[in-house]
Write a protein that binds this ligand. Structure first.
Ligand SMILES: Cc1cc2nc3c(=O)[nH]c(=O)nc-3n(C[C@H](O)[C@H](O)[C@H](O)COP(=O)(O)O)c2cc1C
Length: 204
């Protein structure tokens, strides 16, 4: 697929076919994720790959209140069919370690050095590469949030160490015939480029 087609066609998929995903697709998506840029080449990301039915079930059990799992709504029903869940995790400590090295020199590991949390940024960029690769393979994916009150449960279930924080989760699968639930993009307009690009500065 042409790069522009991948960009134009990517949209979040919330309804999946009951059909396995070829392992090569997921491997390619994860390999591409590691081609993302990262500050100081810190590569402070990690990915929990859940591609076995039991593991995917453990994800939903840990991330969902039991009463919701017992009576899934449309969103959850569509999502439960996704055969693959990836949990991208960012590691702040990897950045603190990397930037304490002599060529960076922030040995005091002070938070004030960081204009924004690069660890989350870089893991988000890696996540976009996963989404784009999945589109290029003709499949669908959704990046979605893990509810705050279930984060501890998800961490415990998958033994995610304290050095790493899940930034969300990504489902991957073949698209169901019915596109399923549209997200916010169906009710909100895309903001025109001219409202977003401040050529030569803001308000000029
Ligand atoms: C950080 C982030 C969190 C999101 N969380 C959810 C979510 O919890 N549930 C969901 O259905 N979609 C979620 N989305 C998908 C957005 O709703 C979607 O990207 C947006 O409406 C634009 O639509 P599109 O990606 O299909 O173009 C999330 C997207 C991002 C980037």
């Amino acid at each position: 697929m042409e790069f522009q087609q991948v960009v134009d066609r990517r949209r979040m998929i919330r309804n999946y076919a009951e059909r396995p995903v070829e392992p090569g697709v997921v491997e390619r998506a994860l390999r591409n994720a590691t081609r993302a840029p990262s500050a100081g080449f810190s590569q402070g990301w990690a990915f929990v790959l859940l591609d076995q039915p039991d593991d995917v079930r453990r994800y939903w059990e840990s991330a969902t209140p039991p009463e919701q799992l017992a009576a899934p709504d449309r969103w959850l029903s569509g999502m439960l069919r996704a055969p693959v869940v990836v949990i991208p995790c960012s590691s702040k400590s990897a950045y603190l370690d990397r930037y304490a090295e002599p060529d960076k020199g922030w040995a005091n590991r002070d938070d004030s050095h960081w204009p924004v949390p690069y660890w989350h940024m870089d893991t988000a960029m890696a996540s976009l590469l996963i989404l784009q690769t999945v589109v290029d393979e003709g499949l669908g994916a959704l990046f979605f949030g893990i509810p705050v009150d279930r984060l501890g449960e998800v961490r415990r279930e998958f033994a995610i160490p304290d050095t790493h924080d899940p930034i969300g989760a990504i489902t991957i699968g073949h698209l169901a015939d019915d596109a399923g639930l549209p997200g916010s993009a169906s009710t909100r307009r895309r903001v025109p480029l001219d409202d977003l690009v401040h050529r030569g500065g803001w308000g000029r």
